[in-house]
Design a protein. Structure first.
Length: 164
């Protein structure tokens, strides 16, 4: 609860778990097959139980298809987005929106510290947050407006869908 008696939602309240992962030595083809099989838009990349990056559909399009790389030869570690942008489960959704705004991302990896290692705990997306709290989408719109910025197309699409 906050000072006004309202319940404050955290990343833990809306994060998806378990998360489908990939290794950096897997091929882009293997990663794409996993994404298709599970009907998901990203894979968190984990090595030695540590989060090292994220592979999104956008990464596959821009770094494999557009660059005309062979998906059977291209390794996830060569095309993933890194370093990973992460959050702790206790982060409020309002602050999660700020992190996403700052880094221009739609997916936020959730980690817990475990003996100095960042252990994967879940994943939260802009869509997950929008589903539980439309006012946070409006706050995100204000952040862009106040900065005189146009949201990236991928974020604009989500905001437009959830802001009536």
């Amino acid at each position: 609860m906050n000072g006004r008696g309202e319940t404050v939602l955290t990343v833990r309240d809306v994060m998806v778990t378990p998360v489908i992962v990939a290794g950096s030595q897997q091929t882009a083809q293997q990663a794409a097959k996993a994404m298709s099989l599970y009907g998901i838009g990203c894979l968190v990349v984990v090595e030695n139980e540590q989060v090292v990056g994220i592979l999104t559909e956008k990464d596959l399009i821009n770094r494999v298809i557009v660059d005309k790389r062979d998906p059977e030869e291209t390794l996830v570690g060569d095309i993933m987005s890194k370093p990973p942008i992460v959050a702790r489960p206790e982060l409020t959704l309002e602050n999660a929106i700020r992190v996403m705004f700052t880094h221009r991302i739609k997916k936020l990896i959730v980690v817990e510290e475990d003996g100095g290692k960042r252990r994967l705990a879940g994943l939260v997306t802009l869509t997950d947050i929008a589903r539980v709290n439309q006012s946070l989408m409006e706050a995100l719109r204000r952040l862009f407006d106040e900065g005189g910025e146009t949201p990236p197309k991928n974020i604009e699409k989500t905001m437009s869908y959830y802001i009536v």
